[in-house]
Structures are given as structure tokens and as C-alpha cells.
Design a protein around this ligand. Sequence first.
Ligand code: AMP
Length: 143
Amino acid sequence: MTVAAILADKGHDTVTASESDTIAAVCRRLAEYKIGAVVIAGADGALSGILSERDIVRACAAHGAEALHSTAGQLMTRAVVTVTPDDTIATVMERMTAGRFRHLPVIKDGKLAGVISIGDVVKHRIAQAEQEAAEMRTYIASA
Ligand code: AMP
């Protein structure tokens, strides 16, 4: 299974924020869309970073409520690891495990084409396991 297959199922919509957005605004966006990270995009739509709830929790632990007045650009991770639509789920799992993060922006032809979260990976692994079990039951019943 590929990243493209997951995106075909969940869609290509990506929730973004700007470097100048406050953390309070990013929190509202995370809550509104029920997600754990936003991709930070520049004026040209190009990827400039990623900001997850973990970055916000760390900043709140260090600075208290003052952290809400920081900007996304101050807290985001700039060295973003990405995948392409042709990458496999195995590659996605390897990159998430190696980087210890749960979100991977998808880049196609140099442009943002979606985001894969660890929840998407788990959902597809479960569906795959259920399908394999059903095929096995059918095979055993027909033997
Ligand atoms: P997460 O597990 O996705 O909530 O993110 C944990 C930490 O990794 C945070 O500091 C994020 O900014 C960072 N992070 C999340 N996704 C990526 C990614 N694809 N590439 C690089 N850093 C990331």
C-alpha cells in the first residue's frame, strides 16, 4: 500500500498556518479540525515547517501562558521530513519511528499534496489485517 492510496481515501486537504500566526491561533485551528499538527506554509504555499501539539506543550511547560503569544515561526520544526505519494506505508512507518514524530507532509512535484498521520497508518494497517484474515477464512472454508 502506498501513500497515494491513503490520500485517495482520506483526501488531500491540508490544514496550514503561517509563521506569523500566534500559538493561540494555532491552538484554535488544531481544536477546530481535531488534529495534532499544522503544516507551516510560506506566502507561495511552500512548506516552511511543521508545528505539533508537542511543540506547544513544551513551550507551555517552559513559559506558561506566555507561550500562547509566541508565533508559529518561533516554535515550529524547520527541518521537515516528508514523503512522496509513491512511498510505501513501510517507509512512512520507518520515518515516523526514526524521527519519533507522528505526522508526515506529502510532497508531490515540489508542492504540498497532503499529510499522513500515525492514525491514518494504524487505520490502514487494521483494514489490511482484517482483509487478510477474511481471505484466509475463505481459503480455509473452500479447502
Ligand atoms: P508529533 O509526534 O508529530 O506531534 O511531533 C513531535 C515533534 O516532531 C514536534 O517537535 C514536531 O514539530 C516534530 N515533527 C512532527 N512531524 C515532523 C516531520 N514530518 N518532520 C520533522 N519534524 C516533525
